[in-house]
Write a protein that binds this ligand. Structure first.
Ligand code: TYD
Ligand code: MG
Length: 496
């Protein structure tokens, strides 16, 4: 008879303890231990307790023996394009057969839609696809699929919450692509605790991953996120899979960002930008145009920054509003920007430039629901705040990029050439930059122009660089070149 074992598993870190503790001795989290009962498997395996349960029912595809590194053929396993360009970009060129991908995100962000869309397109392209859902009924999936164009009807759909129910279809269909929506709703018989608990999630995912590896299928697991935005379930889940993708976006906005947090087969720098439309998710080729669409060029308190996400430049508008503080302590509120960064920039503005800001309420945000974490955004944030304080709008054709040090000095940013080209493409004629970057770019340009005998003026040179050593100089430039707010034609007059 199988032996029963009781452990206390931490819901935060997944550590197991023989006795209950008020605080997890491993990660220090309070009140996170939950009792779980295991049925010990009959034969122990190398992949963890019973991890081979599902996989063991399938034939072994490859002999496990060592090979010389040089003899391993990489081209033997070509990547499978997902049919969704933005996803391929984030994955580094498509799915790798036998890989396991975890897709996390807030409820309603569009995880199921993305998975269904990719599964449907692969199936329509002739791949064998198995879509497993523990969350939605087969009818709901069909209804959703009807909203999405080009899915075809070849995909196999299985609605279950039992891991073991996948064994047969996995064996008979030999799918190239398997979607599990979501890993928290599935449970294996190997463990007694409820679906969604740490032990269940870990064990179910381990079994599914072992099977995918053995069969050479691509496995896409959808995962829930907790309130603080991390993937629900144990951290081991992230170690177990090859790629961790997060899908984020403001529900109030239609665009969604897809990022790789971990990627064994590619970079984690690239992001994908998608738009949730009435007929599913569509790729956004030009995110800058999307983000700048609603920009008001005449209001003070706005500055555009060419951000860099991976290798991809994106123009984003940063906005600030400065108002006299009616109460003792001024308020600072930010959206999409880091509080600490804005506080630091306010202090630098106050101490290193003539702008008096510490007694003012300051509200700052990145428009469009974008989250800006790059230090290169410093100059644009500071200029947006200064612009609102001075009531002078930056010229509409001007963008700014640069990191600011505590001494008020402007510091180097990476890939100014790419940022400048993107700004030029969207019609910006001036880019305020740290002097050190401008010098470097000029040196490089003159070097390569010499090599090309005279050179040729590229499109990005239509965007003039305006270099500054210090923030105070940039503020002086704003005072000189900024546009005072035109007298408002009041709404009240229109009513009269
Ligand atoms: P869903 O994929 O169910 O999110 P998740 O699986 O991450 O919880 O996303 C559903 C949301 O997207 C829902 O609010 C409706 C919306 N939606 C569209 O706007 N257009 C569409 O074509 C589809 C299928 C969904
Ligand atoms: Mg869903």
């Amino acid at each position: 008879m199988a032996k029963r074992r009781t452990v206390h598993a931490c819901q935060a870190c997944g550590a197991q303890h023989p006795r209950w503790h008020g605080r997890c001795p491993d990660c220090g989290q309070w009140d996170s231990l939950v009792e779980e009962t295991y049925e010990a498997p009959k034969a122990a395996t190398g992949t963890g307790r019973g991890a081979a349960g599902l996989a063991a029912r399938l034939p072994t595809e490859q002999e496990e023996k060592p090979r010389r590194l040089g003899e391993i053929d990489v081209d033997a396993v070509p990547r499978i394009p997902s049919g969704e360009g933005e996803l391929d970009r984030v994955l580094g060129g498509g799915f790798v057969p036998g890989s396991v991908i975890l897709l996390g995100g807030d409820p309603g962000v569009g995880k199921s839609t993305l998975a269904l869309q990719v599964a449907g397109r692969l199936a329509a392209g002739g791949e064998s696809v198995l879509y497993v859902s523990g969350e939605e009924s087969a009818e709901q999936i069909r209804l959703r699929a009807e909203r999405l164009p080009g899915l075809g009807s070849a995909m196999q759909v299985l609605t279950t919450t039992r891991v073991e129910a996948l064994a047969d279809p996995w064996k008979t269909l030999a799918p190239r692509f398997v979607v599990v929506d979501s890993i928290q709703t599935l449970a294996t018989e190997a463990i007694e605790s409820a679906a969604g608990s740490v032990a269940q999630v870990r064990e179910s995912a381990a079994q599914l991953a072992a099977t995918a590896k053995k069969q050479g299928s691509v496995l896409l697991l959808i995962g829930h996120v907790t309130k603080d935005g991390t993937l629900a379930g144990p951290r081991v889940l992230e170690h177990l899979v090859d790629v961790v993708l997060t899908f984020e976006g403001d529900r109030a906005h239609a665009f969604r960002l897809l990022r790789a947090v971990k990627n064994r087969f590619g970079s984690t720098q690239e992001i994908g930008v998608l738009n949730m439309a009435g007929h599913g998710l569509e790729a956004v080729e030009n995110p800058s145009e999307l983000f700048l669409e609603e920009r008001s060029t005449r209001a003070p308190g706005s500055c555009v920054i060419p951000l860099l996400e991976g290798t991809r430049p994106m123009l984003v508008e940063l906005q600030a509003l400065v108002a006299p503080a009616p109460y003792g302590t001024p308020r600072r509120t930010t959206l999409g920007l880091e509080d600490a960064r804005v506080a630091l920039l306010l202090a630098v503005l106050d101490r290193r430039t003539p702008i008096d800001i510490l007694s003012q309420d300051v509200y700052a945000k990145a428009a469009g629901g974008v989250r800006v974490a790059e230090p290169a955004a410093d100059l644009a944030i500071a200029l947006a705040i200064a612009s609102s304080r001075l009531d002078r709008a930056l010229p509409a054709d001007t963008a700014a990029v640069g990191e600011i040090g505590l001494g008020g000095e402007l510091r180097r940013v990476a890939r100014l050439d790419v940022r400048r080209a993107e700004a030029a493409r969207l019609g910006f004629r001036r880019l305020l930059v740290p002097a050190v970057c401008a010098r470097e770019l000029e040196e490089r340009a003159s070097g390569s122009a010499g090599a090309r005998k005279g050179g040729r003026r590229g499109g990005s040179e239509q965007c003039e660089l305006v270099p500054f050593e210090e923030l105070a100089q940039a503020i002086a430039w704003l005072e000189e070149n900024g546009v005072a707010e035109p007298p408002r034609r009041g709404a009240r007059r229109a009513v009269d």
